[in-house]
Design a protein around this ligand. Structure first.
Ligand SMILES: [Zn+2]
Length: 73
């Protein structure tokens, strides 16, 4: 069981600010791609899923729900 290195809490999850910035960027990109560039929605969805998977591998970050500490492992 993983615990927070800062406060030893077990209430941790994957995430952190970086992953949310990626999600926000993806949503903006998806809207722009479908509305402005008229890309196929299925292709855009496929790209988004791929980027989310890659982002989780790159930003392998965990966040503590008790103290807000984020760290890589
Ligand atoms: Zn903590």
């Amino acid at each position: 069981m993983l615990t927070c290195p800062s406060c030893n809490s077990e209430k941790i999850r994957r995430g952190g600010m970086a992953i949310w910035l990626v999600y926000l960027t993806l949503i903006v990109f998806a809207i722009a791609a479908t509305l402005v560039f008229h890309l196929n929605a299925a292709i855009v969805a496929g790209i988004m899923i791929a980027v989310v998977v890659i982002a989780h591998l790159v930003f392998n970050q965990r966040v503590c729900l008790d103290c807000g500490h984020t760290w890589r492992n």
